[in-house]
Write a protein that binds this ligand. Structure first.
Ligand code: FMN
Length: 196
């Protein structure tokens, strides 16, 4: 699989870290194109104490990435900006209300927004892990617009029925749900089996 992962300036950096770690470890994944918005860096610093764009992936993964390559959000000439580039889909985790609006309105004015636009026009899976609370009517309308264009609105709402041991486990299980959704079920993912 060849996936695009974007992180934006919404809360939930721990969720993206778990997603990237799972993708790096998954042998079914050949390449991940990664883009961090400028504003995501501020949230990464606040929430994970990770600062700066340099070696960002290494800081998040704890190891040097082998298959994840980073692009600048300003690089609208990156491969993922074109529909001719083969891709199995795109995950935006977390997805801010600003990036949701940009994708829903088709602004395509940054690499993340453009790659989202391309993913929709090529009819590929686009998973928008939106994060805000409460939602105003603009947020709700933009989610509807994006969903009508083919995106999956996958809110950053973790489950509690699996009794996660802590926030990292909760984040990992959320990331696993996202990956299962794009056809990458993960070993260790909680599965509800009430009959057992
Ligand atoms: C610590 C922190 C937490 C934030 N959390 C959210 C959030 O949960 N949802 C959201 O839509 N914006 C949130 N914001 C605001 C966004 O970062 C801001 O709207 C930004 O312009 C989004 O830009 P981007 O979509 O290009 O990353 C947060 C900002 C900070 C500093």
């Amino acid at each position: 699989m060849n996936l695009t992962v974007a992180i934006t300036g919404a809360s939930g950096a721990i969720l993206s870290r778990e997603l990237l770690r799972a993708l790096e470890a998954d042998a079914r994944v050949a390449r991940v194109h990664f883009v961090a918005s400028e504003n995501s860096l501020r949230v990464l610093a606040e929430e994970l104490g990770v600062s700066g764009r340099n070696d960002l992936l290494e800081k998040l993964l704890g190891i040097a990435p082998t298959k994840i390559i980073q692009h600048a959000d300003t690089d609208i000439g990156a491969a993922i900006a074109s529909g001719s580039h083969p891709s199995n889909g795109m995950i935006v985790l977390p997805c801010s209300m600003g990036t949701l609006a940009s994708i829903a309105l088709g602004l395509a004015n940054s690499l993340i927004s453009r790659a989202g636009d391309v993913t929709l026009k090529e009819r590929r899976p686009l998973i928008l892990c939106v994060r805000e609370t409460p939602f105003n009517r603009i947020h709700l309308r933009n989610m509807t617009l994006a969903a009508e264009a083919g995106a999956t609105i996958f809110p950053c709402i973790p489950a509690f029925y699996n009794h996660p041991a802590g926030s990292e486990e909760m984040a990992r299980q959320f990331a696993f749900r996202v990956l299962t959704h794009v056809g990458l079920p993960q070993p260790g993912a909680f599965v509800w089996k009430p009959e057992e």
